[in-house]
Design a protein around this ligand. Sequence first.
Ligand code: GLN
Length: 308
Amino acid sequence: SMIPDYLAEALGEVAADTTGETAGYIPELATADPERLGAAFAMVDGEVYGAGDIDTAFTIQSISKPFVYALALSDRGFDQVLAKVGVEPSGEAFNEISLESGTGRPLNPMINAGAITTHSLAGPEGLQPAERVERITDGLSAFAGRRLKMDESVHASEMEHAHRNLAIAHMLGSYGVLTGDVRAVVDGYIRQCSLLVTARDLAIMAATLANRGVNPLSGERVVPEPVVRQVLSVMFSCGMYDAAGDWATQVGIPAKSGVAGGLIGALPGQIGIATFSPRLDSHGNSVRGVSLFERFSSDMGLHVMEVP
Ligand code: GLN
């Protein structure tokens, strides 16, 4: 059909770009095959199209953040979550040690400080760390429409070098934004980041957001509609970190990237898009993934600020 041909052609056009580096600060990720390249479209009616490496498993990393934010909002309600994590773009790197002055509240849930906090807010109050990871694994699996597994070696590898995330968590602890065993929260957050997905899974997860919170394959309502609006808004303004403004103007699709090379976009009422290519730019966003989204957006007129 036309769409797979179009996708294969788009992959061919970006394949020669070998700029960027795989994430070096997680040793296990640095060993990933940098030539992997795939793209998948999941329509809100459940149709999935793809080309290239769309069934290769890699860790979800920061692409887990919008989905766990969605779970926290549904499990705890808006007031409890917003009291602890803001919705303002930070204009800073994903791992910046920065909190709102005075309150210690992370600026938004897409940077690590905010995501470590929303991790602690998934599930009902009083869960044990392992139960919280279970809630998140169940929730992300519902978004994907299949049971997701964890990559224990990526988790172990990141935990050995987690000084920065631990520093952020201890700061959050000092302000009372995190309570209890902050090391266990970081461990759980890194487990969440170590869930294995494929580009096909990510396209379906994005399509679940595009489809008002209902998984187009399983028909399951994963989160309520107001939660989806909140999550997509924050993805639009904060999903690409300190490249969010360039992305908003040039691509114009709510999106989220991960340091294993995944990238998703969700266009309300239409489509979930995912790309996979491990080499990253200086912001930690996939180089060829960003090029692919620029193409998709202009070729198909997907910019949300454009009248179709
Ligand atoms: N687990 C990674 C970290 O916390 C996720 C970062 C990312 O994908 N941008 O550093």
